[in-house]
Design a protein around this ligand. Structure first.
Ligand code: SAH
Ligand code: SF4
Ligand code: F3S
Length: 467
């Protein structure tokens, strides 16, 4: 069988191969085989894994969370920090014993880490029980890889980063029933000096707006109430495309879809966050009042070294504009502590920015050198221990701000999506349009419905009552 699918950017040929896998897999195992997908990393990877699951179902597998009973195991990996990579190696090591017990099991490693040649080499040499390794842009060829391996092909290594078009119509099996991811673009062109993502995800490519709208409509029809648009930098959506639809326009188009649902999006890069976008959030009732706007560092000097294309003042201006237009907006951010050459004076500027903006929550990271990125070869004299102290100082400050913030919620009423039942019998929890989670009394039948909840108290979690 030839594999034209390697060079074409649709799923048609893979769908045919998926059918063949279905037949030979049943022969191979004598029962309906099970697949386990293990995901590391960001929401983009979670969304990609939902497509891996969709493809696996189309090949006749059922899904399991239990790695020990799986006939196909796949690790979808993340390379953003060293810690993420270490966790992956720890986990793929487990496959050795599993394959001893169940020799017909097939194991694969894919995603951002697998895309790096050095990693692929290491797996080739040191993890001989891994059958298939493939990169981020060829994941739609999963049926073909499994088919080849089942038919006796040598171990498969496919890393090509060809910046091809986005492949449409890959099957998807979403984890949630009410909350779902919708990827609108791939890759990143920003090359922040610390970041590996542009190297492992390739150049930025936007999906066709019609395809996105089609998928959004289908999700609303299927009962999704909370749809998060995904991309490494969503507000540069559509750049360089002929269709002329930018991110703000795309949001308005999705907002116009009939139905009762919420739209979220991430991540926004401050350099591309326009007033048009802020006005769109204000004007469109379905867009949630949340802006994740990573600033990384409060020091203009460090921002320049990071290649972020904005300075402290511009970021604060943007926050001011956002707060003026959208008074109830929940602001969140990512911060890197201990970028090479950062001094305590620089770090204090990060602290003062956090104090000034009062974010709802923060994702904070200690800088982790990534092979091949410019920052990895910059002088980095501050010890890890010292950086750890700065990091703790930042956490303490954010805790203080969060404690003050929670008081603002008490006594107010919020529209909440009932999205998780049973942390306690008879209790539901749900998200506001921002980032807060409220627990309240409700029965299971309310799952997936919007309700108005008045917040009564806070003790690690907000407690409220439906009004
Ligand atoms: N595209 C998104 C974020 C992608 S990675 C954006 O630009 O905001 C998520 C976060 O991981 C980044 O915002 C950054 O804070 C952090 N990060 C990326 N590379 C890192 C590194 N080498 N060390 C520590 N944190 C890093
Ligand atoms: Fe990485 Fe910067 Fe791209 Fe975000 S915008 S993925 S931090 S290079
Ligand atoms: Fe990690 Fe890749 Fe996301 S490196 S953070 S999984 S884009």
């Amino acid at each position: 069988m030839s594999f034209k699918g390697q060079n074409c950017n649709n799923f048609d040929e893979q769908a045919v191969i998926a059918d063949r896998v279905k037949a030979i897999a049943f022969e191979r195992y004598g029962y309906i085989p099970k697949a386990c997908v293990i995901t590391f990393g960001c929401q983009q990877n979670v969304s990609d894994s939902e497509h891996l699951k969709g493809m696996l179902i189309s090949m006749g597998y059922t899904l399991t969370e239990e790695i020990n009973e799986a006939d196909f195991i796949i690790f979808n990996t993340c390379a953003v920090r060293e810690h993420a990579e270490d966790r992956v190696y720890g986990n793929i090591g487990k496959v050795k014993q599993i394959k001893k017990d169940r020799p017909k099991t097939i194991a694969a490693v894919c995603g951002c880490m697998a895309q790096q040649e050095k990693v692929a080499e290491k797996i080739k040499k040191s993890y001989p029980y891994i059958d298939i390794v493939f990169g981020t842009q060829v994941s739609f060829r999963l049926p073909e890889f499994i088919y080849r391996r089942m038919n006796g092909s040598p171990r498969i290594f496919e890393l090509s980063l060809e910046n091809g078009d986005i492949v449409e119509d890959v099957p998807v099996s979403r984890d949630g029933k009410f909350k779902g991811w919708l990827s609108i673009m791939n890759g990143c062109n920003n090359f922040c000096t610390y970041c590996i993502v542009p190297y492992v995800r390739g150049r930025e490519r936007s999906r066709d707006p019609e395809k996105i709208l089609e998928e959004a409509r289908a999700m609303v029809k299927a009962g999704y109430k909370d749809i998060t648009l995904l991309g490494q930098n969503v507000n540069s959506y559509g750049k360089g495309c002929e269709h002329g639809v930018n991110f703000a326009k795309l949001l308005r188009m999705i907002n116009d879809i009939e139905g009762d649902f919420r739209i979220r999006f991430m991540t926004s890069h401050p350099k591309d966050c326009t007033i048009e976008l802020l006005d769109t959030i204000r004007d469109c009732p379905k867009i949630s009042l949340h802006l994740h706007l990573p600033f990384q560092s409060g020091s203009s000097r460090i921002l320049k070294l990071m290649n972020r294309y904005y300075n402290r003042e511009q970021y604060l201006e943007l926050i001011k504009a956002a707060k003026e237009r959208i008074p109830d907006v929940a602001l969140t951010s990512d911060i890197i502590v201990g970028f090479p050459g950062e001094t305590y004076e620089d770090f204090k500027e990060t602290l003062s920015l956090v104090e000034e903006v009062e974010f709802s929550s923060l994702f904070t990271f200690i800088y982790s050198p990534r092979n091949g990125t410019p920052a990895a070869s910059m002088p980095d004299p501050v010890t890890r221990e010292e950086k750890g102290k700065w990091f703790d100082e930042l956490l303490r400050l954010q805790e203080k701000i969060a404690a003050k913030n929670t008081q603002k919620f008490i006594g107010k009423t919020y529209r909440v999506l009932c999205d998780s039942y049973g942390s306690e019998e008879g209790f539901m929890s749900g998200h506001t349009s921002g980032t807060a989670v409220i627990e309240f009394e409700a029965d299971e039948s309310m799952l997936g419905k919007f309700v108005d909840v008045k917040v009564n108290s806070y003790n690690n979690v907000f407690k409220g009552t439906i009004i």
